[in-house]
Design a protein around this ligand. Structure first.
Ligand code: ATP
Ligand code: MG
Length: 298
């Protein structure tokens, strides 16, 4: 079996056009389960790590593109463990993770794209955003009362109105188009977990003493808004899925499959960049040969 199998693990979850997108068409549990065992999946993930290490080295050497990976999900879907497993083979120098929680007073004093914009990955680097500006059209849309703290001027549509959300989504789509044009390879992941599976994982956080620290009573309250969140995700994906900024709606009920699918998507996206180690000019090669001679003679 090849290390990557885009037809099986990438294409079914890749969304590049919002026109016909419906979350209901995307499973939370991988439907091809009988074709691949958990152990085979893990072996493929390990092979993927080796491939990703190589791609990341080329990305760094080429120093031209940057990669932005956005992870969005309902609570306990596995954002943190996906980052841990998928990126564990990558050179830490070429990769940085940023997590975005409820905004600080300073962040609230700026436009909603500011805090993420100032930590976008440099050329040659992979930036992982654990939550992102999408929270502004997800949690804030589900709880429009949060807008009260955002110091919004009175020049636009009424905060919380349909036009207001449409403009926010438009701003995100414009921002991503700009980033893509400037050399950022964008990939956005929605780890799609079922409400039942989330319940199991939240119960585990209560029952397992080593996971107690992850439990947050607010997450149980947020379950009550499940439908609103799914509606907000659906609209966000519809408004911002594009070939230059695809969404991946990844089945997240089986963690091993979720990690494999995320890994395969990153590899497939990075391979489109055709990353090569820089080739030296004739003059640079001559200088290198001279340096070799000098080194040998020293
Ligand atoms: P885990 O999945 O492990 O619980 P987490 O990413 O949920 O990790 P938390 O500290 O539990 O981390 O939660 C961060 C909270 O911050 C989330 O509830 C998220 O919705 C909220 N948040 C993020 N961005 C914004 C924003 N712009 N406005 C309001 N709330 C936000
Ligand atoms: Mg949380």
């Amino acid at each position: 079996m090849p290390i990557t199998d885009a037809a099986r693990f990438v294409a079914p979850f890749r969304v590049t056009s919002g026109a016909k997108f419906s979350l209901a068409d995307y499973p939370t549990n991988w439907l091809g389960g009988h074709e691949l065992t958990k152990d085979e999946g893990k072996a493929l993930l390990d092979e993927g790590k080796v491939r990703l290490f190589d791609l990341q080295e080329r990305l760094y050497a080429a120093d031209s593109w940057s990669v932005l990976m956005i992870l969005q999900a309902m609570d306990a879907a596995g954002k943190d463990s996906t980052i841990e497993h998928v990126m564990s083979g990558v050179n830490p120098q070429g990769c940085e993770v940023h997590s975005f929680k409820a905004p600080s007073a300073e962040e609230l004093d700026h436009d909603f794209l500011w805090r993420t914009a100032k930590v976008m990955p440099q050329r040659g680097r992979i930036g992982i955003h654990n939550r992102s500006y999408y929270e502004e059209v997800l949690v804030v849309r589900v709880h429009p009362e949060f807008l009260g703290a955002q110091h919004l001027p009175a020049n636009g549509p009424k905060p919380g109105s349909p036009k207001f959300w449409a403009e926010r989504l438009e701003a995100i789509a414009d921002h991503e188009r700009h980033l893509a044009r400037a050399g950022t390879k964008i990939m956005k992941f929605f780890l799609h977990v079922s409400k039942d599976e989330q319940k199991e994982r939240q119960l585990e956080r209560i029952d397992d003493p080593t996971k107690n620290w992850k439990f947050n009573a607010r997450d149980v309250t947020e379950r009550g808004f499940w439908k609103d969140y799914m509606g907000a995700y659906e609209e966000a994906i519809r408004a911002t899925a594009a070939d230059h900024a695809p969404w991946y709606v990844i089945p997240a009920d089986k963690k091993w499959f979720m990690r494999l699918a995320v890994m395969q998507a990153i590899i497939a996206e990075m391979e489109t960049l055709d990353l090569k180690f820089p080739v030296l000019s004739k003059e640079a090669k001559t200088k290198l040969a001279e340096a070799r001679k000098a080194l040998e003679a020293s």
